[in-house]
Design a protein around this ligand. Sequence first.
Ligand SMILES: *Cc1c(COP(=O)(O)O)cnc(C)c1O
Length: 393
Amino acid sequence: MTKLCREVWIEVNLDAIKKNLRAFHHYIPNKSKIMAVVKANAYGHGAVEVARHALEHGASELAVAGLEEGIILRKAGIKAPILVLGFTPLKCVKEASAWNIELSAFQVDWIKKANEILEKEAVSSRLAIHINVDTGMGRLGVRRGEELLAIVEALTASKFLKWTGIYTHFSTADEPDTTLTRLQHDKFISFLRYLKNQGIELPTVHMNNTAATIAFPEYSADMIRLGIGMYGLYPSEYIKQLNLVKLIPALSLKARIAYVKTMITEPRTISYGATYIADLGEIIATLPIGYADGYSRELSNRGFVLHDGRRVPVVGRVTMDQIMVSLGEGDGKQGDEVVIYGRQKGAEISVDEVAEMLDTINYEVVSTLSRRIPRFYIRDGEILKVSSPVLYV
Ligand SMILES: *Cc1c(COP(=O)(O)O)cnc(C)c1O
């Protein structure tokens, strides 16, 4: 195992990701493919390793937020189709073509100009385009049927673009009230029907994210875009309670105690602002994780970690690179392993629990884990490899 000199790390259980993919594979119709959403460094899990592993275990395509994320995957040798979900400015169309990365588009003008740019470059292959239809997300996407038809016509007429997909995105699929999801679905289907009525043959149709896949597997169409569920997290408590797909969280966050002291001498103040004063004889441990790692400062005097299978509280403010936890009267020593997110000796601190404490969602908790934390990948119970831009000694 690689030697860490700042002892905090993430363990990504690739076996869990494989099982989660398998669970979705069995749950959706046979004809529906899986696009693994690996944007934001695979929700903090590490894009290259997750992408490779997902492609080996049931995913056939990948999605990223921006072109740069796609290029990182290509540079790592990944050959599968990659779709950019976000907006790509025309100045980047050339690079998308060079790296064979599919783009989302929803404006006639953009399509025509993109074609002209590629024509000038005299590229040899066509750039693949998925049309994004806005049925209620209100973010990106074409909103009217006539406009959609014009885009399809412009795409069909173009020599340097090819139309490979059409999709929409649900805004409330994780909620108990399914009204808007059904409305969005029906609106999308009516757009598709309108195109078909013009004699147009449709490319790959996709709409379901994790929540919609679980709540509406019948909407899985040609492909689902699977994000959070692949990582073993549920999009919401409601979706979890449906109890329809069993998921295993893939990520754990761990550290080793850097220092332990018993507070027998004054002062007994802990961290910036001296917001915590330890009891006489209280045992305080210091851990090498802080808000710059994505461990929120909001967890000051609120968070917990696991030590020896026991929950111990964060005391004082979270600093940039370190926190203190109180072991109470329990013993602990330098080098002891603590679990910040995950399981230890039957106890668990879940990402969901931390998200709730922070008044946010599990997506934010994992995707904001800093790149400076090394990631260890575990396959068949063994540590496979380390990925990190940080230096190893
Ligand atoms: C992020 C994203 C997804 C994946 O959503 P999950 O809830 O993580 O499954 C799918 N489609 C689009 C357009 C997205 O932006």
